[in-house]
Design a protein around this ligand. Structure first.
Ligand code: GUN
Length: 291
């Protein structure tokens, strides 16, 4: 059986370190503050926002949850972002994605103070990641994937990592992060996606395969080399009438057929998901540290 990479346990370790740092900050009269803005009532987004708020409270962070109606206009949302930019009690701001269709998400991201952009989506932070400037914010899910690999003792340096997916939230920043010089980097990175030719041939050449393509159970046994490490970023709701909620969560990896071939693999749920929230908390503490 492969090593199961348990995100929940690794996230606990991150929280233990954060609690120590937060206690030190509070002694100096500083409490890191995070504002999460949700526009509309997408059920998955509501669930994420709720768990972020809960985790903030659990760690003793100052937490502001702004829930705005689906009809919120661009200028109303911009005004709220600008208020949060000016608020000295708020060190991190996250606008939950995806927003309703009247919202120009890129313009909202550009309006964020880059020093409070704990999602790492602002062009200034994207540039810092590409430049290797450690003062920038790296998106939480890629940061969580990297931390899972480091804490699981998986050698990244020199490994061939295939990232499946090229989104601005996961694929692109993850590729930049893992090819960076130094600890947790130095990988040989290939980015493949839904249009890549001979995809299975590419993914089979991976020492570490990271699936972030957003399609339920896309990665099958044929995509994976014997002994590879498999990180599953996907969280997909698929209809399932046999469950109480009417759906179940599956990853981008067909776990039952891929896991016998893998040397280590993340479960869904309980793999990358808990790490994403842990890294959001870590970025918020970093934002406060850097003021
Ligand atoms: N929606 C899904 N993942 C994310 C994320 O990491 N940040 C934001 N803002 N929205 C998301």
């Amino acid at each position: 059986m492969p090593q199961l990479i348990e995100g929940r346990k690794i996230a606990e370790k991150v929280y233990a370190d954060l609690r120590t740092e937060i206690a030190g900050m509070k002694e100096r009269g500083l409490t890191p503050g995070l504002a999460v803005v949700l526009v509309g009532d997408n059920p998955a987004s509501r669930a994420y926002v709720r768990s972020k708020d809960k985790m903030c409270r659990d760690l003793g962070l100052h937490s502001v949850k702004l829930e705005l109606p689906t009809e919120t206009t661009q200028s109303e949302l911009l005004a709220r972002v600008e208020e949060l930019n000016r608020d000295p009690a708020i060190h991190g701001i996250l606008v939950q994605s995806p927003p309703p269709k009247q919202i120009d998400e890129a313009a909202i991201v550009r309006a964020l103070d880059p020093a409070k952009d704990v999602d790492g989506f602002h062009p200034a932070n994207v540039a810092k990641l590409a430049l290797g400037d450690e003062s920038g914010f790296v998106p939480c899910t890629p940061l969580g994937c990297q931390r899972l690999l480091i804490e699981s003792g998986i050698e990244i340096s020199g490994a061939h990592v295939v990232v499946l997916g090229r989104s601005m939230i996961v694929g692109k920043p993850l590729a930049l992060l893992l090819m960076r010089k130094g600890r947790g980097g130095d990988a040989t990175v290939t980015v493949a996606h839904s249009r890549s030719r001979q995809l299975a041939e590419i993914t089979r050449s991976a020492d570490i395969l990271i699936a972030a393509i957003g399609q339920p159970e896309f990665v099958r046994a044929e995509h994976v080399r014997e002994g590879a490490v498999v990180i599953d970023v996907g969280i997909n709701r698929v209809d399932d009438a046999t469950t109480e909620r009417g759906y179940r969560l599956v990853g981008d990896v067909a776990f039952s057929e891929v896991s016998p071939k893998a040397s280590a693999i993340t479960p869904v749920p309980g793999g990358v998901g808990p790490m994403t929230i842990a890294m959001l908390m870590a970025n918020t503490v970093k934002a406060c540290r850097q003021i």
